[in-house]
Design a protein around this ligand. Structure first.
Ligand code: IMP
Ligand code: MG
Length: 205
């Protein structure tokens, strides 16, 4: 008997093809310059995972991702950590302009776990002013975890407004607005496998 494989949840092919909102060519033409290739990201995330594995040997770790930007990094990172892991997420939003944080952070989604006595590793996509992370660290520290460290994929050079102790860092980058690998502009570009800057016209549009 012939077995036909179709995507889950779809018993037969749709009669009309889905209409795409935009062509991938249009999407990619918004990109100005690739700062970090997908391959460089993958080898760095692997290195970070190996460091974490070594440092936390014999312990289990709770990874706390800061939504939404950290979800891509967290998924890749976790698969290079050879330890028992648990996952939790927080969603925060900062009041103020679209491409700048004000430092006033609102928790939109709190942790599901009680973290008292746990080894917590906060996973962030990018540190810009550092105000979001500074707020989150203070907030999490007050819940008395056994340990609290930070793993950030990117940190912008020379613009932190508060001193931050970042134990695991992927790349230092110039203080430009970047997208890709979880990072968005107006909720787009998160699925690019690389880190890139956008053409100025994209912001103006
Ligand atoms: P901070 O509080 O200024 O450090 O900003 C941190 C947050 O702002 C990050 O978690 C991102 O969500 C967002 N952000 C900062 N810089 C960029 C960028 O270059 N591209 C996309 N999002 C950014
Ligand atoms: Mg964002």
């Amino acid at each position: 008997m012939e077995v036909r494989v179709t995507p889950a949840g779809r018993s037969s092919p749709p009669s009309t093809p889905p209409r795409l909102a935009a062509r991938v060519e249009d999407f990619e033409s918004d990109i100005d310059r690739i700062l970090i290739s997908g391959e460089e990201i993958q080898s760095t995330v692997r290195r970070l995972g190996e460091e974490i594995t070594r440092d936390y040997e014999g312990r289990s770790v709770l990874l706390v991702g800061v939504l939404k930007g950290a979800f891509v990094m967290m998924a890749d990172l976790s698969r290079h950590v050879r330890l028992p892991l648990e996952f939790d997420f927080m969603a925060v939003s900062s009041y103020g302009a679209a491409t700048r944080t004000s430092g006033v952070v609102r928790i939109l989604k709190d942790l599901d776990h009680d973290i008292e006595g746990q080894d917590v590793l906060l996973v962030e996509d990018i540190i810009d002013s550092g105000l979001t992370l500074n707020y989150l660290l203070k907030n999490l520290r007050s819940r008395r975890p056994a340990s609290l460290e930070v793993c950030a994929l990117l940190q912008k050079e020379g613009i932190q407004q508060v001193p931050l102790d970042v134990r695991y860092r992927g790349f230092m980058i110039p203080p430009e607005f970047v997208v890709g690998y979880g990072l968005d502009f107006a909720e787009r570009f998160r699925n690019l496998p690389y880190i890139a800057t956008l053409k100025p016209e994209t912001y103006e549009a």
